[in-house]
Design a protein around this ligand. Structure first.
Ligand code: DQA
Length: 146
């Protein structure tokens, strides 16, 4: 399996941004940790981060024919980006939405996800371990499809 892990706006500031909420590790630290700890069923992980909605949509368009699944932490785009939602829905690649923090236990605008119902699952509040959970969800989904 080849998967694309996308992190959206402001996630490049992990380690600096609200460490009490998002932890002390940088995104690079977390990506290295994911690579080491992901199940060997994953042949390749492509990491992508952008602060720009259009660039996130572009990478989905560019890579969808080459990947088996997407894991996306869209940051605040989660709560309002219909164009991101349309991009994910258009390519029909199984996608898991993930958030480091517990979005259900914060400001009320964070409780809304405009992509939730077109993703196969939503993971939140588990910190970096959520990315591994998301990988396992994708693997199980793929195995059940065979
Ligand atoms: C986040 C939660 C979002 O509400 C927020 O805008 C983020 C990070 C998370 O990982 O917990 O940027 O997606």
């Amino acid at each position: 399996m080849i998967i694309l892990i996308i992190n959206g706006p402001n996630l490049n500031l992990l380690g600096v941004r609200k460490p009490e909420q998002y932890g002390k590790e940088s995104l690079t630290d977390i990506e290295k940790w994911i690579k080491i700890n992901a199940t060997p069923k994953i042949k390749k992980i492509i990491f992508f981060q952008s602060n720009h909605e259009g660039k996130i949509i572009d990478i989905i368009h560019e890579l969808y024919k080459k990947i088996d699944g997407i894991i996306i932490n869209p940051g605040a785009l989660t709560h309002y980006s219909y164009s991101l939602r349309d991009a994910i829905e258009s390519v029909q690649i199984p996608t898991v939405e993930i958030h480091l923090s517990n979005i259900m236990d914060r400001e009320s605008f964070r409780k809304t996800s405009v992509i939730k119902d077109i993703c196969i699952s939503q993971v939140f509040g588990k910190g970096k371990k959520g990315y591994l959970d998301a990988i396992n969800i994708l693997c199980n989904y793929k195995e059940n499809q065979l």
